[in-house]
Design a protein around this ligand. Structure first.
Ligand code: ZN
Length: 472
C-alpha cells in the first residue's frame, strides 16, 4: 500500500478509536456481566465466549482458541488470630496457589522482615527459622519493584513456616497474588495477605512483646484444568510470513473485577484491532495477531504455552508486544527487556515516525508478565505499559491491582482512547518496518540475564530454568 494511502487509513482508524471507542463499554460489560475471570472459575468460562465473539465482531480472521492445562487453585477459608501479646481476630486472605495449614492449624511466632529483601533476611540470620515471616508487598524506593514470589522464596530458604504479606498502601486494601514459581508448581508453605492497617496494628503490638498468631487456612488444587489462548489476525499482504503478536491476559484475580488488571489492557488492544481490521486487512507487510492470553496470574500459563505450542515457527514472530497494564495509570510507554538490538530497532521507528511513545530505560526484571516466556526464548518482546507512577507510589506496591478496589469506575476513558491510538500507530510502523530484530537462542538470553545480575532474584523466585520454558 502506498505510504500516503496507509497514512489515510491510519488517520481514519485513529479517528474511529477517538470517537467510537468500545474500550469502556466492553470492559464494563465484561466485568459487570462475568466478573473477575479467575482461572478455573465459571466466570472465566463465560467470559471466553464473549471474547471470542468480540474477535469475530471486530473483523479478525483465523480465530483460534488454543487450550493449555495447568493446576488450578480454589480458595477455601482463611483465619488469622493474634494470640499474644493481645488477643484479636484479624482479617486476612490467602495468597493464590498457597497450600492450607495442617488440619489442626498453625500456631507460631511472627517475625518482621521489612520488605523481604535479601539484606533484611540476612540481617536476621537464623531467627526466621520455624517462624511466620511477615514482609510487606512494597519495595525500597528507586529500585525496580520486588516481586512477592522472590520474597516468598527467600522466606522459605530462611526456614519460615508461613508468610504474611501486608499491603503498604493504606485504606484496608488487601493484596492477593500467586506464590507459585512456575505454572506447573504450587506453593509449599501457607501465605496470607493483610491490610496496611492490620499490619500497623501488629507492629504496635510487637512493641509490647513477641507476636504469636494462629493461622487456619483451607485451600484446594485442581490439576489438569484447562484455559485458552484466544486470538485472531489482521492478515498481511503476503509478502512475508512474519507476524507481530499483540497480547494481554484476560484472566484476573478473584477479589475484585480485575478491570484494570487486565481487562483494560486487553480491550485497549482489541479496540485498535477493531478500528484497523477493515481498513488495513491485507495491506500491511506483516500480519498482526491479537491474542487474549489465558491465566497470566498463576504465572504466565497462556504465554508459556503459546511459546511451547508455536516453538517450531517462533522465528516468524517478529516481535511480541505485551499489553498488560496498557491504559492503567499513564499514557503508553515502551518497556524493554534485555535486548539493546530491540531497543535500537524501536527507537529508530519511534524517531523516524515521530511516535508519542517514551522508552523506559529499563532495569526492570521482566518476568512476572506475559512478555517473559517470549523474551527468555529469544523472541523480541516488549511491553507497552501505562504503569508510570512516581517512585514513591511505585515503592508502596501495585496500587489497586490484585485488590477489591480494581473495578471499572477507576478507568480513565480518555487515556484508554489515547493508548489505543498510540498502539495502532506503533503497530502500523512495526508491520511495515524494513527489517526486524533477530530471534536469539534461549541459552543466549539466560547468559544475558546472568550477566545483568538477575540470576539470584530469578532463582529466589524459582524461575531460573535455562533448559525449559515450562519450568519443569
Ligand atoms: Zn496483569
Amino acid at each position: 500500500m502506498a505510504e500516503s494511502k496507509l497514512d489515510d487509513a491510519l488517520t481514519a482508524a485513529c479517528g474511529d478509536m477517538w470517537i467510537n471507542s468500545r474500550i469502556l463499554s466492553d470492559v464494563t460489560y465484561l466485568c459487570d456481566e462475568f466478573g473477575n475471570r479467575f482461572a478455573g472459575s465459571g466466570s472465566e468460562w463465560r467470559a471466553r465466549a464473549f471474547i471470542l465473539d468480540k474477535l469475530k465482531e471486530y473483523g479478525l480472521s483465523n480465530i483460534q482458541a488454543e487450550p493449555c492445562t495447568y493446576t488450578a487453585w480454589k480458595r477455601g477459608t482463611c483465619s488469622l488470630e493474634l494470640l499474644a501479646p493481645r488477643k484479636r481476630q484479624l482479617t486476612c486472605v490467602s495468597m493464590v496457589h498457597a497450600p492450607g495449614t495442617p488440619p489442626a492449624g498453625l500456631e507460631a511466632e511472627v517475625i518482621s522482615v521489612g520488605q523481604g529483601t535479601q539484606a533484611e533476611f540476612d540481617a536476621l540470620g537464623g531467627a526466621v527459622a520455624g517462624k511466620i515471616a511477615m514482609c510487606t508487598l512494597g519495595s525500597p524506593v528507586g529500585i525496580p519493584p520486588l516481586h512477592r514470589v522472590g520474597k516468598y522464596g527467600r522466606a522459605k530458604a530462611a526456614g519460615a513456616i508461613a508468610v504474611i504479606f501486608p499491603t503498604e498502601e493504606p485504606m484496608q486494601l488487601i493484596g492477593t497474588g500467586t506464590v507459585a514459581a512456575a505454572y506447573k508448581e504450587i506453593g509449599t508453605i501457607p501465605a496470607v495477605g493483610i491490610s496496611h492497617e492490620t499490619w500497623r496494628y501488629l507492629l504496635r503490638q510487637q512493641e509490647l512483646g513477641p507476636l504469636r498468631v494462629r493461622l487456619d487456612v483451607i485451600n484446594a488444587f485442581a490439576p489438569n484444568t484447562q484455559t485458552w489462548n484466544l486470538y485472531g489476525d489482521i492478515p498481511g499482504d503476503g509478502s512475508t510470513d512474519d507476524y507481530i503478536l499483540i497480547g494481554g491476559h484476560w484472566d484476573g484475580h478473584e477479589l475484585a473485577d480485575a478491570a484494570l488488571d487486565n481487562a483494560l489492557g486487553l480491550f485497549t488492544a482489541l479496540d485498535a484491532a477493531r478500528a484497523m481490521s477493515s481498513r488495513l486487512k491485507g495491506k500491511l507487510k506483516r500480519t498482526l495477531r491479537f491474542v487474549a492470553l489465558g491465566n497470566e496470574e498463576s504465572w504466565c500459563v497462556g504465554s508459556t504455552n503459546y511459546v511451547d505450542q508455536h516453538a517450531s515457527d517462533l522465528d516468524k514472530l517478529a516481535i511480541m508486544i505485551n499489553v498488560d497494564a496498557l491504559s492503567r495509570y499513564s499514557n503508553p510507554q515502551l518497556r524493554l527487556g534485555k535486548r539493546p538490538d530491540v531497543a535500537d530497532f524501536c527507537r529508530k521507528l519511534i524517531t523516524e515516525h515521530k511516535l508519542p511513545i517514551p522508552m523506559m530505560a529499563s532495569e526492570w526484571l521482566p518476568g512476572s508478565s506475559d512478555d517473559w516466556p517470549f523474551l527468555v526464548s529469544g523472541v523480541p518482546a516488549v511491553t507497552l505499559t501505562g504503569l508510570e507512577r512516581s517512585a514513591a507510589a511505585q515503592a508502596l506496591g501495585r496500587g489497586i491491582d490484585h485488590t477489591h478496589a480494581d473495578t471499572v469506575d477507576k478507568i480513565d476513558d480518555t487515556r484508554a482512547r489515547i493508548s489505543a491510538m498510540t498502539l495502532a500507530q506503533f503497530l502500523v510502523r512495526l508491520a511495515n518496518a524494513p527489517g526486524r530484530p533477530e530471534k536469539l537462542a534461549r541459552a543466549e538470553m539466560f547468559k544475558r540475564l546472568e550477566a545483568a545480575g538477575h540470576k539470584k532474584e530469578l532463582s529466589d523466585q524459582g524461575r531460573w530454568h535455562p533448559d525449559s520454558v515450562l519450568g519443569k
